[in-house]
Design a protein. Structure first.
Length: 85
C-alpha cells in the first residue's frame, strides 16, 4: 500500500485516559476528544515532514477510515497532523 500526494496512512493507537483522581475514562468519553494518537504506516509522495513509524496526534474529524490488507486504518492529509512525538 502506498499513499499518494499529501495523504498519510495511520494506525490509531487506543489510549487509556485517567483523571487526576485516578478514574479511568470509558472509550465513549475518549471518543469525544477531537484529536487521536496514531502511528504513521505510510506517507504520500508529497509529504515532507513525516516518516513511517512516527507517532502523531491528528484531527480525527478530517480523515477517512478504511480496511486495507485486513487492518482498519485512517487516511488523513498531512495538514491534519497537529503534533509529532
Amino acid at each position: 500500500m502506498q499513499a499518494i500526494g499529501k495523504y498519510i496512512i495511520i494506525k490509531t493507537i487506543e489510549e487509556e485516559i485517567t483523571t487526576k483522581s485516578g478514574l479511568l475514562l470509558s472509550s465513549e468519553e475518549t471518543s469525544k476528544l477531537r484529536y487521536r494518537k496514531g502511528e504513521v504506516l505510510n506517507v504520500g509522495t508529497d509529504v515532507n515532514h513525516l516518516k513511517e513509524g512516527d507517532i502523531i496526534h491528528y484531527d480525527q474529524a478530517g480523515g477517512h477510515t478504511m480496511l486495507l490488507q485486513n487492518e482498519v486504518v485512517d487516511i488523513i492529509l498531512e495538514s491534519h497532523v497537529v503534533v509529532v512525538l
